[in-house]
Write a protein that binds this ligand. Structure first.
Ligand SMILES: C[S@@+](CC[C@H](N)C(=O)[O-])C[C@H]1O[C@@H](n2cnc3c(N)ncnc32)[C@H](O)[C@@H]1O
Length: 294
């Protein structure tokens, strides 16, 4: 029995190697077309990254049963309602994230942003947007901070919500599930893990206390921002690194229009901002829409 298993496994490997070899490489024309399309529609700059694109799509194209990139792309572009583009985007973007990433923002959030909001007489709501939320770690981290802050204070701000968006459907499915490995929650203080997660089968699932504050939606940052209300804080970290200058400054203008006067924008610490900015820089990777704009 074991021998048969071994034989079939070897045969499957050979088949895989054969298919892999027969897929061939992506033509320059196919790559260019994809790069232009993805740049226009999603803002992602793939130019000069052909081998990265090829290697990230290779196994996927084989798994979908195609024998060449050419055949695959023909199907992608021929079908008007093709669902394929989001699948391609899922494979080309990096969803790397972790809880409490870039600590300085959480410090600013707890010692400046929240105290300021709390000091505003009669304020009833707080609107936060985690734009490019990946697997949800960012949104849940800020939700946990809000819980910590408000559970110790009497407040009029009863309506506190974090909108968390991404273009990657796979990431959003995982984010909504809110289920993380033991390793992933290691970045959090132990008492937070106890307070905000339930453990089943070795996995840690975000509990209702945090979940109720976060709403996940699919949103392409290249699209018009048409959420009903403006935001007190927009968090867009480690997303704009994929965008070129123009895409980035257009997006920042849209963020600015979607920010309340006196509201904030957090960007990734490693990200360069365009020289001309509507926001005022308050600290490293922290920007503010002037209060005088009121
Ligand atoms: C590296 S992750 C950053 C996650 C989180 N913000 C953090 O800093 O840990 C970048 C995320 O941006 C998303 N993204 C890239 N381009 C996007 C676009 N055009 N619209 C919306 N999300 C996008 C990716 O799908 C990915 O989940």
């Amino acid at each position: 029995m074991e021998n048969f298993e071994g034989f079939f496994a070897a045969q499957r490997t050979e088949e895989a190697i054969f298919t892999r070899q027969s897929l061939g490489s992506m033509s320059d024309a196919d790559f260019k077309r994809l790069a232009f399309f993805v740049k226009k529609k999603y803002g992602l700059d793939l130019f000069g990254k052909k081998s990265m694109v090829e290697s990230r799509l290779y196994h996927y194209v084989i798994d979908r049963g195609f024998s060449s990139f050419e055949d695959y792309f023909r199907t992608v572009y021929d079908s008007e309602n093709s669902d394929e583009m989001p699948n391609i985007i899922n494979r080309l973007t990096t969803n790397y994230t972790y809880f409490l990433r870039e600590q300085e923002h959480f410090k600013h959030f707890m010692t400046k942003f929240l105290p300021q909001a709390q000091s505003e007489k009669g304020r009833e709501e707080l609107r936060i947007w985690s734009a490019g939320c990946s697997f949800g770690n960012e949104a849940y981290s800020f939700a946990a901070c809000m819980e910590e802050f408000f559970s110790e204070r009497k407040t009029t701000i009863a309506d506190r919500r974090i909108l968390a968006t991404d273009i990657s459907r796979d990431a959003l499915i995982a984010a909504k599930k809110g289920m993380y490995s033991k390793d992933a929650v290691k970045c959090l203080p132990e008492e937070w893990v106890e307070k905000y997660f339930t453990v089943t089968g070795g996995f840690y699932t975000v509990n209702e206390r945090l979940r109720s504050q976060v709403v996940f939606r699919c949103h392409n940052l290249m699209d018009r921002i048409s959420f009903k209300k403006k935001f007190d804080l927009i968090i867009c970290r480690n997303v704009m690194i994929y965008f070129d200058k123009k895409t980035k400054s257009d997006l920042i203008k849209r963020f600015y229009d979607a920010t309340v006067d006196g509201g904030y924008l957090y960007i990734g610490h490693a990200e360069a901002m365009p020289e001309e900015l509507p926001y005022v820089r308050e600290a490293a990777a922290v920007y503010r829409k002037e209060v005088s704009a009121k």
